[in-house]
Write a protein of this length. Structure first.
Length: 181
């Protein structure tokens, strides 16, 4: 018998001084049985970093042809494709052809660095691709804060990110490996 997803309720308040975006999102996050707490928290952080009124979590890990998060226009055109982890070159190429903008949030320490060394030269041709690395220390600390009912506050200023989960505060430093043109 297949395991069901675990449901997390998240009240996510985003204060993004860099983009002048200030909003609270009530999210229901389905954590796939094969998804770790760390990955789920990275997914919520990626949502906060790209927060927009039309941004949505997708089926993600259980669906190969969808990103983890996307933003569609009112006319249903794909404006933003957000992927987590270390996607193959084929997946990056396909997502860049489907969406106006693609952001990959990679994590995993040395494994992410090896992935980027392989992807760096082939990714140069994708003008709509951004790649952001999150340190193993930061994502591990985020994963430890996961609980089924969370109040999260994410403050973003000058590229620095402060994440408050309930009463704990963490600082996350995303490193831009590639910026979209």
């Amino acid at each position: 018998m297949a395991q069901n997803a675990t449901i997390y309720k998240v009240e996510l308040s985003v204060s993004d001084m860099d983009r002048h975006y200030y909003e609270t999102h009530k999210l229901t996050v389905a954590k796939h049985p094969s998804e770790t707490d760390e990955r789920m928290m990275v997914r919520i952080l990626a949502f906060a970093l790209n927060a927009h009124e039309q941004l949505e979590m997708t089926k993600g890990i259980s669906t190969e042809d969808e990103p983890d998060i996307w933003q569609k226009s009112l006319s249903n055109e794909l404006e933003l494709w957000v992927a987590l982890g270390l996607p193959s070159e084929k997946v990056v190429r396909q997502s860049c052809s489907k969406s106006d903008k693609v952001v990959v949030y990679c994590y995993g320490g040395r494994t992410a660095e090896i992935w980027w060394d392989k992807m760096k030269s082939s990714s140069a041709r994708f003008q709509n691709l951004s790649v952001v690395n999150l340190s193993e220390k930061d994502t591990g600390a985020l994963g430890q804060k996961a609980n089924r009912s969370m109040k999260m506050q994410v403050n973003i200023q000058d590229g620095e990110v402060m994440v408050s989960v309930d009463d704990d505060v963490l600082y996350v430093t995303p490193v831009q490996w590639k910026s979209a043109a």
